[in-house]
Structure formats: structure tokens, C-alpha cells
Design a protein around this ligand. Structure first.
Ligand SMILES: Nc1ncnc2c1ncn2[C@@H]1O[C@H](COP(=O)(O)OP(=O)(O)OP(=O)(O)O)[C@@H](O)[C@H]1O
Length: 230
């Protein structure tokens, strides 16, 4: 397991037009945890994920990596993102999409690499490795996008609505995989409308109109789906 760290958001402001679409107090998200970001449509979840992934530079505040050696500016490629629209290449096969992501990170990979096959097997798609992504259903594409993020060895995994297209069994499977990834050391941050995600996350940040309205930790017993102990 890598050294623990925190992803620290200084007080953040993102302005669009005359107002701000995101305005948050300082927040520190811990590695080894899965944090869920919830809130109604338009509340700022995707904007926050893009700030965390350093795709979007806020108008005020920075995103820092804090470890035992102090605060450092988060580097752009320290995180991997599962975008809301998946971001897959439709004209490539499932396995080629995953291999491409690995190559873009400087790793040697091909569509036959064990890492690629293992990632696909973990989401139950090993049988579709050689199919073109454009021929898959929305739910299958979403699982490919999750498998691609899991294949990349990144300390921060960020996913925008990663269970939105999935049936109940696959929602639970994907959530189990993301929780397992968090428990093994990385920080996992998900934006979601899925009640199961908020139930099982270690921590839930709730947004409304671009502001933080709740910040809560889920008791361990509830997280595992068992009734809370008295
Ligand atoms: N480039 C932009 N210019 C102006 N307004 C924007 C821009 N991007 C986002 N917004 C506004 O910011 C607000 C937050 O958008 P965001 O996509 O972060 O919401 P969300 O919570 O992820 O919504 P959903 O659940 O529908 O995906 C919305 O009101 C949106 O219209």
C-alpha cells in the first residue's frame, strides 16, 4: 500500500457569468476512503470532480496533495477520471480502449496484456474484449470505462455517475470494486444519484446549488449492508 495522503481543496470558487457555480469551504479527502458526492442535477457535482481531477482550474483556491512531507500542488496526471459520457473510442475494441489508456500513461500494454484482461474480467466483460465499443450497450460501455480506470494504477480514482446505466447486480459489482480499490490505498471519489453509493461510501458530501450542505461519515455497520449496532 502506498503512503497515506490527503487531497486538500483550499476554499474553492468557480465563477460562470455573474455568479459562482461552485463555492466550497476547505475540504480534505483521505486516501483509503471512498467519498460520494451527491446532490440534485445541476448542484455542481461534475464541476467539483473536474476541479479535483485538475481538468478545470477554479477561479479561487487550489487542489493540494498533502502527505507526511507537506503540501504539494496536485499534478494533473495523478488522478484517473471515469467521465459521465465514458470517453471511450467507439472505433476501437474494448481491450484496445483499455490498452490505449495504459499506453497514454507511459505503460507498455497491448490488448492482450494480462492487466487489460484482468480488468475486463473484474467487471464481467472478458468475453467482449474483442468487440468494438460502438457495438456495446450503454451499460456495457460504462463497465468498460470503469475497467479502464481500474486498470490504471492511480492514487486517485474519480468517477462521474459510474453506475447510472447499470442493472442492480452490476451496480453492486462496480461499487464493490471501487470500495475494494479505496480500501487498498487510493482515494476514490464518485458523483452519484444512486442511493446505494451514498449508503456504502465512507463519507458523503452533499451539494445544493454549488454549496456544501452536508458532510457525513457512514457507520461501518451500515456500509457493509448490515443493521447498525446499538
Ligand atoms: N461552462 C458552463 N457555463 C455556465 N454554467 C455552467 C457551465 N458548466 C456548468 N454550469 C452550470 O453549473 C451548474 C453545475 O453543473 P454540474 O454539471 O456541475 O452539475 P451536476 O450536479 O453534475 O449535474 P448532473 O447531476 O445533472 O450531472 C449547473 O447549473 C450548470 O448549468
Amino acid at each position: 500500500m502506498s503512503e497515506p495522503f490527503e487531497l486538500v481543496l483550499e476554499p474553492i470558487v468557480v465563477r460562470r457569468g455573474r455568479g459562482s457555480i461552485l463555492e466550497l469551504p476547505e475540504l480534505a479527502l483521505a486516501s483509503g476512503e471512498l467519498t460520494a458526492i451527491i446532490g440534485p442535477s445541476g448542484s455542481g457535482k461534475t464541476t467539483l470532480l473536474h476541479v479535483l481531477a485538475r481538468i478545470l482550474e477554479p477561479d479561487e483556491g487550489r487542489v493540494l496533495w498533502r502527505d507526511a512531507h507537506g503540501d504539494h500542488r496536485l499534478r494533473r496526471r495523478q488522478s484517473v477520471l471515469v467521465p459521465q459520457a465514458f470517453g471511450l473510442v467507439a472505433a476501437l475494441t474494448v481491450a484496445e480502449n483499455i490498452a490505449l489508456a495504459l499506453k497514454l500513461r507511459g505503460e507498455r500494454a497491448s490488448d492482450r496484456s494480462p492487466l487489460v484482461r484482468d480488468a475486463l474480467a473484474s467487471v464481467g466483460l472478458d468475453g467482449l474484449a474483442n468487440r468494438l465499443v460502438g457495438e456495446l450497450s450503454g451499460g456495457q460501455q460504462q463497465r468498460v470505462a470503469v475497467a479502464r480506470a481500474l486498470a490504471v494504477d492511480s492514487p486517485i480514482l474519480i468517477a462521474d455517475e459510474p453506475t447510472s446505466e447499470l442493472d442492480p447486480d452490476n451496480r453492486a459489482l462496480v461499487l464493490d470494486l471501487l470500495l475494494e480499490r479505496a480500501r487498498s490505498g487510493p482515494l476514490v471519489v464518485l458523483a452519484s444519484h444512486d442511493p446505494l453509493v451514498a449508503e456504502r461510501a465512507h463519507r458523503t458530501l452533499e451539494l445544493a446549488e454549488g454549496r456544501l450542505v452536508d458532510d457525513r461519515w457512514t457507520p461501518e455497520s451500515q456500509r457493509n449492508g448490515s443493521p447498525e449496532q446499538p
